[in-house]
Design a protein around this ligand. Structure first.
Ligand code: FES
Length: 95
């Protein structure tokens, strides 16, 4: 979802570029049934979600939700804020 957002000029942060080292790509899945149909978040994702601002029962990290045809029509909300510990101008290094 992070890549899809960026390709469509949606301002979803992704400070660590999907390497599961931040929570700035936090999204809220608007439909509980859709959330339930997704593979469960693994421990690493849950650890980062614990740091997310405004965590909800249907929160996920956008970089961990893989776009698939079955998700067509899914809607997401962005939280009102994110926690980004990086200073302005920080550019993450690829792993
Ligand atoms: Fe950092 Fe998703 S972009 S965890």
């Amino acid at each position: 979802m992070l890549e899809v957002a960026h390709k469509n000029d949606i301002e979803l942060e992704g400070a660590c570029e999907g390497s599961l080292a931040c929570s700035t790509c936090h999204v809220i899945i608007n439909d509980q049934a859709v959330y339930d149909a997704l593979p469960e978040p693994d421990d690493d994702e849950n650890d980062m979600l614990d740091l997310a601002f405004g965590l909800t029962e249907t929160s996920r990290l956008g970089c961990q939700v893989i776009a698939a045809k079955e998700l067509d029509g899914m809607t997401l909300s962005l939280p009102k804020a994110t926690r980004n510990f990086a200073v302005d101008g920080f550019v993450p290094k690829p792993h």
